[in-house]
Design a protein around this ligand. Structure first.
Ligand SMILES: *Cc1c(COP(=O)(O)O)cnc(C)c1O
Length: 335
């Protein structure tokens, strides 16, 4: 895709869109806690505010965007149902939102997805359709299902309603802590970052907004630098929620317009942040959820003396995988 394919009018995606999502989500999403750590603050000479979406319903912020998309379906769309393809948090977000709204849901997942994730998705009442990662294309399957059964496809990030829903996490954060000098946001396809950046730059234009990617998957950083969407191969990283290969045509222009910088962290730094959250703050955060915190802990962003918001985006990690990662198992591969 070249720069010319990007819809620049999406930069019109506005704070008002997020505020309306915030109103729709009232009483449905959990207002997640903002936690602090004296240890982290002392170490960095900064004041960090962790917005803990690992405590969100289904364990990640993805529920926000999914619900905001589904709740705006027409009666006909609600009757026919929704389809999503994902092996991760988006699947569970859509499945839960669909159950709450009484919308039939089909989730396309790889046959080799962890049983616990298949079970969780079925547990929310969704129909799980398995495909073979090696020979089949999930996007094509999703599109075929949408066509044959009249289902509405809800993409994981590249959708204005999804972006608006994800941004509501930042509205809550600013309501709680007031102005910030910087906001660090995990970055995959950019739904969370585009929503949060829009909120930050509207409420506090001086707040530096920084997206954080895994080192191996820095397509967003490359895209921002080149001024066009850069596609990369499947990145080998333990941050499975950020293994996206390109930003979206809706998310990119918003990121270009409102994000100050995109930085990267190593898998080693992610594991150290996971260990910090578990050891010091007594909470379980998945590798992708640690991206923002790892960037802060890396102490390369000039945060000294600043008030810094850190999006902690999710907590869905098997305990066995968690233990394996903390023991250095991540060096063997990205799963
Ligand atoms: C999906 C996800 C991300 C990345 O979000 P995007 O909107 O795709 O940028 C980050 N963290 C977690 C836990 C996720 O599930």
């Amino acid at each position: 895709m070249t720069g010319a394919d990007v819809f620049h009018e999406d930069a019109a995606f506005s704070y008002e869109d997020v505020v309306r999502a915030h109103e729709r989500l009232a009483g449905v999403v959990s207002r997640t806690p903002v936690l602090t750590s004296t240890t982290a603050n002392d170490r960095l000479g900064a004041q960090l505010y962790f917005k803990c979406e690992n405590f969100q319903r289904m364990g990640a912020f993805k529920f926000r965007g999914a619900y905001n998309a589904l709740v705006q379906f027409t009666p006909e769309q609600r009757r026919l149902g929704v389809v999503a393809f994902s092996s991760g948090n988006h699947a569970q977000g859509v499945a839960l939102a669909a159950r709450l709204l009484g919308v039939p849901a089909v989730i396309v997942m790889p046959a080799d997805a962890p049983v616990i994730k298949l079970e969780a998705t079925r547990g929310y009442g969704a129909e799980v359709m398995l495909y073979d990662r090696a020979t089949e294309d999930r996007e094509a399957i999703g599109q075929r299902l949408a066509h044959e059964r009249g289902l509405t496809l809800v993409p994981p990030y590249d959708h204005l309603h999804v972006m608006a829903g994800q941004g509501t996490a930042a509205i809550e954060l600013f309501e709680e802590v007031g102005p910030l000098d910087a906001l660090l946001v995990p970055l995959g396809g950019g739904g969370l970052l585009s929503g949060c950046a829009t909120v930050a730059k509207t409420l506090h234009p001086g707040c530096r907004v920084i997206g954080v990617e895994p080192e191996a998957g820095n397509d967003g950083q490359q895209s921002l630098r080149r001024g066009q969407i850069v596609h990369i191969g499947l990145p080998a990283t333990i941050a499975d929620g950020a293994q996206t290969q390109h930003l979206g045509r809706h998310t990119f222009p918003v990121i270009q317009d409102r994000v100050d910088d995109i930085v990267t962290v190593s898998d080693q730094e992610l594991v150290e942040a996971m260990a910090f959250f578990a050891g010091r703050m007594k909470m379980l955060v998945e590798p992708t959820g640690c991206l923002g915190a790892a960037a802060a802990f890396g102490d390369r962003l000039g945060l000294r003396g600043q008030r810094v918001g850190v999006m902690v985006s999710g907590g869905n990690v098997d305990l066995s995988r968690f233990g394996h990662l903390l023991q250095g198992g991540f060096q063997e591969g990205h799963r």
